[in-house]
Design a protein. Structure first.
Length: 112
């Protein structure tokens, strides 16, 4: 078996020619200013910027207790039904899994 040929061996023989002329940076900046494009360069100030606390999105309070539930069920529902479900769980002091199981058991008992 012979040596393997390098597929990139002849690339250095290709002359490199620029496809366009370089443009003066000052010309670009002057044109941008004339057309009203703002600069993206950072503005240096001596005064410190005020730091506002980050906006925290509203979240439902977590459920701190541990359960033996290990499987997840994802369903699509209306916002009203979801809010009603959350309100019932909060009112009864139940976890979401507990409320789902209780509702399922009540539906089976009613329809059997």
């Amino acid at each position: 078996m012979g040596e393997r040929k390098n597929p990139f061996a002849g690339l250095n023989d290709i002359p490199v020619t620029p496809t366009r002329k370089p443009v003066d940076r000052a010309q670009i900046d002057a044109l941008a200013e004339a057309e009203g494009f703002p600069s993206r360069s950072p503005v240096r100030t001596t005064a410190p910027l005020p730091i506002a606390p980050p906006a925290v999105p509203r979240r439902r309070p977590g459920r701190p207790r541990s359960t033996q539930r290990t499987h997840q069920l994802n369903i699509k529902t209306t916002p009203d039904a979801l809010n009603t479900f959350y309100a019932e769980a909060d009112k009864r002091g139940m976890g979401y899994g507990e409320l789902f199981e209780a509702a399922l058991a009540a539906w089976i008992e009613k329809n059997s």
